[in-house]
Design a protein around this ligand. Structure first.
Ligand SMILES: Cc1cc2nc3c(=O)[nH]c(=O)nc-3n(C[C@H](O)[C@H](O)[C@H](O)COP(=O)(O)OP(=O)(O)OC[C@H]3O[C@@H](n4cnc5c(N)ncnc54)[C@H](O)[C@@H]3O)c2cc1C
Length: 483
């Protein structure tokens, strides 16, 4: 996300503040090391960027030296089973080792040749570096867990410039911290080994509801359907839900808008062609029978994709980067969806521009047993839904940006914070200035993460806003000052 830095638009004025002064186009661990050593020895602000898809602005900073990992991709090494370096155990699953900047679409397309896939995102350009360090959700997370849970080993360069391997037998603290503790904090990952899983058929049931704006039947019908999500999760269904209370305000349609709800339900490896349809049709029939009138329309399509990759090609999130957009989010436990107060909180959370409810958690995330444990936000282990809302602003209109940020933080996300005060947020897709971020992003893991950070990076060679141990510094104007 570029957040009012140089916009990739010739007609827009341009500020250089989102850009570093120098960039190391690093293509090997050695080059990464040279960049880190140079920044450490010369006390220069350091940033790390792969795709630049970060909503929290962590991958860019003014007057910094940037290590750009964009081309540390591919170089795939396949394993029928995997023995982490220095371990005398063998992990009995297939796995792949890849460059840390390998993108989602590269990973899926490469694995597809071997009828394999992996837990990775739906944004084609998102890379392993940011994804696996932040948690990482996927349409398969409800079965296999989060992205961080899949990592068997990393090669990385530490803040002191050492090229090391971290796994459950070597450098265990770092191995724990980099899987959930966030990007650009403990060093730079150069290669990552993750579990791979069979690419089976996947059933998709794509259901939409549309009404004119402000119809009670819109909120009645979607509240009814969302209350069924916990039962669907028990049957291993995942769902990507897009809700626009006003498609015109959200910029989805021009002219007079509608209220629109789209839920893309997915069932990995269904036992038969109709399993997902049979799970969902009673709810759809209930909505059609109860709420159907001149105002409410529904539409359904049902498909079995032969491979995960084919499903991805149809449903990939091609939003891209380089836009002025602020997001806010909250992780919602299953019981939230049945609470009486949920409906009002949801309406407030979505605002006019709307948002997404990702049902990407479930048994796979709740019961995950990552090798050696990991530092993923414990709130994920109780959550069913990752709820995200967002708004955009007119480029370089600071007043509009301030208004939008205020609404997202103090009104929209606050509605969910009040509803589930004990939960937290998914750090990779959260409000960039989340209050009490330590608790919201890491809960009870924060103390250990902080301790490890102090031990491996006492001089804060790596620093980013709302990252672990970031409290020791403050951005004053364009400078970073020690507190
Ligand atoms: C269109 C879109 C779709 C998305 N879809 C999903 C999704 O399906 N599931 C999901 O969980 N998330 C998704 N995300 C969020 C995504 O996980 C985060 O934006 C993530 O931080 C992107 O990582 P990156 O490396 O691609 O981006 P960058 O902006 O380059 O990096 C993000 C952070 O990771 C750090 N970093 C990057 N590489 C390394 C490395 N090698 N070593 C150490 N630190 C590193 C950066 O310094 C920065 O702090 C999506 C985002 C977008 C914009």
């Amino acid at each position: 996300m570029n957040n009012d830095s140089c916009l990739p638009d010739n007609s827009a004025p341009c500020s250089g503040l989102g850009y570093p002064t120098y960039v190391v186009n690093a293509t090997s661990a050695k080059e990464v090391k040279l960049g880190i050593d140079f920044a450490r020895k010369n006390n220069i602000r350091l940033t790390v960027k792969a795709s630049g898809h970060d909503y929290l602005k962590r991958s860019a900073a003014p007057y910094s030296l940037s290590i750009w990992t964009r081309y540390m991709t591919g170089d795939f090494e396949y394993h029928d089973n995997f023995t982490p370096k220095g371990c005398d155990i063998t992990i009995n699953t297939t796995a792949v080792t890849a460059g840390a900047a390998s993108s989602v679409s590269d990973i899926y397309s490469d694995l597809d040749q071997y009828n394999l896939t992996a837990v990775d995102g739906m944004g084609p350009e998102v890379t392993l570096g940011g994804y696996a360090t932040g948690g990482g959700h996927s349409p398969l997370s409800n079965i296999y867990g989060l992205g961080s849970d899949q990592v068997y080993e990393v090669e990385m360069v530490t803040p002191t410039g050492k090229i090391i391997v971290a796994n459950e037998c070597r450098n265990q603290d770092l191995f724990w911290a980099v899987r959930g503790g966030g990007g650009s904090t403990y060093g730079i990952l150069t290669r990552v080994t993750i579990r791979t899983v069979p690419s089976t058929p996947i059933a998709v049931y794509d259901f939409t509801i549309e009404t004119p704006v402000n119809e009670t039947s819109f909120w009645d019908s979607i509240s009814y359907l969302l209350a069924q999500y916990p039962a669907l999760a028990d049957s291993d269904v995942a769902a990507y839900t897009y809700i626009y209370p006003n498609t015109s305000a959200a910029g989805v349609t021009s002219g007079q808008g509608n209220s629109s709800f789209q839920a893309v339900f997915a069932l990995y490896n269904p036992t038969n062609q109709h399993e997902l349809e049979e799970l969902l049709e009673p709810f759809v029939q209930h909505i059609n029978a109860t709420y159907y009138d001149q105002q409410l329309r529904t539409e359904v399509s049902s498909t079995i994709f032969p491979t995960f990759y084919e499903m991805f090609m149809k449903y990939a999130d091609d939003e891209g980067a380089g836009v002025d957009k602020v997001v806010g989010s909250r992780l919602l436990p299953p019981s939230t969806l049945k609470k009486g107060e949920f409906r009002d909180a949801l309406i407030q959370f979505l605002g006019d521009a709307g948002g997404r409810l990702y049902m990407v958690s479930g048994k796979g995330v709740w019961n995950a047993e990552p090798r050696g444990g990991d530092s993923v936000n414990p709130a994920w282990r109780n959550a069913l839904i990752h709820a995200v809302t967002s708004q955009s602003w007119t480029p370089l209109d600071e007043r509009e940006r301030d208004t939008v940020e205020h609404e997202i933080n103090h009104v929209q996300v606050e509605a969910m914070r009040r509803l589930v005060p004990d939960s937290g947020a998914y750090l990779n897709e959260a409000y960039w200035d989340e209050p009490n971020f330590q608790q919201a992003f890491w809960g009870s893991n924060y103390e250990r993460l902080h301790k490890i950070k102090k031990a491996v990076d006492p001089d804060d060679v790596f620093w980013c806003h709302v990252c672990v141990a970031s409290e020791r510094w403050q951005e004053v104007g364009n400078y970073l000052c020690r507190i």
